[in-house]
Design a protein around this ligand. Structure first.
Ligand code: FES
Length: 103
């Protein structure tokens, strides 16, 4: 079964920025790229850094701690020092609200 959880208003995530939101048991970073929303695990797989505080460019986020980069659509790790991909979550928008798939 698919469970969609309301996480925030669409207007709460500014363009080219992210918010860290609690989804069930996980911290999820929700990004707004020109109105297209993406959600990935907030914690960098390399260390104790919050990717919602990273630098966003070209559909990628750069970790604020050691500058590993990840593709926001696929979660793929793009450069060292991180080696593992990010978990991604499905996102949809409805009535001005962002919903993240928790299952
Ligand atoms: Fe993210 Fe090291 S903690 S690259």
């Amino acid at each position: 079964d698919v469970t969609w959880l309301k996480v925030c208003d669409v207007s709460a995530v500014r363009n080219q920025e992210a918010r860290c939101l609690r989804v069930g048991e996980e911290d999820v970073a929700v990004f707004n790229l020109d109105g297209q929303f993406y959600a990935v695990a907030d914690r960098c797989p390399h260390g104790n850094a919050s990717l919602s505080e990273g630098w966003v460019e070209n559909g990628e986020v750069e970790c604020p701690l050691h500058q590993a980069r990840f593709d926001l659509a696929s979660g793929k790790v793009l450069c060292a020092p991180a080696r593992d991909n990010l978990k991604t979550f499905k996102v949809k928008l409805a009535d001005g609200v962002v919903l993240v798939c928790a299952s």
